[in-house]
Ligand binder design. Structure first.
Ligand code: DC
Length: 227
């Protein structure tokens, strides 16, 4: 299952809200590895484009933005559930880039080949240093096909929508479960049918269905694979 023991490069892919980030963070913490959530980059580019009222259908302009964007990632400055601070200019956008508007538009931005190329190069450069848990949609298939361990974490759309709903409520926000479910299904569809780097498990990935597992059980299963 793993090419090296313990694996140095761990690729963790799966659909929206499948629990990849929670698993990745826990795994990285216990192994003393870097945790890198690559969705941050796609979200940050989308956030900048929305902030500047750019036309998201203008592929050339959005691609240029992805090539030039200065996205800073720092250790967390607050204990509010964040894994890191995401800073653009002098603004902390850690939570802003997880809002509904970014959620609704990020799949369009991340389907552009030029955007993917610009952001994948950054991810690959960082990933190849090793001792990393990299989380995304195409890490095992495109960004780091040489990863020592590839895990594809899946769960039903209903279960994932419920988790996202609970997360928002726990942060003190308000949410509509049916609306979240509709968006999860829509995002799955765009992410898995796009022409470039669609969401799919790598041939050599271990697929884990977390529907009937809690977070601890999923971590235990992946830790087992690391041995
Ligand atoms: O994991 P997330 O929900 O924060 O990701 C946001 C979006 O970014 C998601 O809809 C698809 C895209 N994404 C991607 O295309 N490739 C990645 N490696 C990571 C995220």
């Amino acid at each position: 299952m793993t090419k090296k023991t313990p694996p140095s490069i761990i690729a963790l892919d799966g659909p929206a809200a499948s629990g990849k980030s929670t698993l990745g963070r826990t795994l990285a913490d216990s192994l003393g590895y870097l945790f890198f959530d690559t969705g941050i980059l796609y979200r940050a580019v989308t956030w900048i484009a929305l902030e500047h009222d750019m036309n998201l259908r203008d592929e050339a302009a959005i691609t240029e933005l992805a090539q030039k964007a200065q996205i800073d990632i720092h250790p967390p400055s607050k204990a509010d559930g964040r894994a890191c601070d995401v800073v653009i200019g002098d603004r902390d956008v850690t939570w802003d880039m997880r809002d509904g508007e970014v959620d609704a538009n990020v799949s369009v931005v991340s389907a552009y080949a030029g955007v993917r190329q610009a952001l994948s190069e950054q991810q690959r450069r960082i990933g190849l240093r090793g001792r990393v848990v990299m989380v995304g949609r195409d890490i095992g298939t495109v960004v780091l096909p040489e990863a020592d361990l590839k895990v594809y974490l899946d769960a039903s759309a209903e279960e994932r929508a419920k988790r996202r709903f609970d997360e928002i409520i726990a942060r003190g926000g308000t949410a509509d479960y049916e609306e979240i479910l509709r968006k999860v299904i829509e995002r799955d569809h765009i992410d898995s049918t796009r022409a470039v780097a669609p969401l799919r498990p790598a041939d050599d990935a271990v697929i884990i269905d977390s529907d009937k597992m809690n977070a601890e059980q999923v971590v235990a299963r992946v830790m087992e694979l690391c041995k």
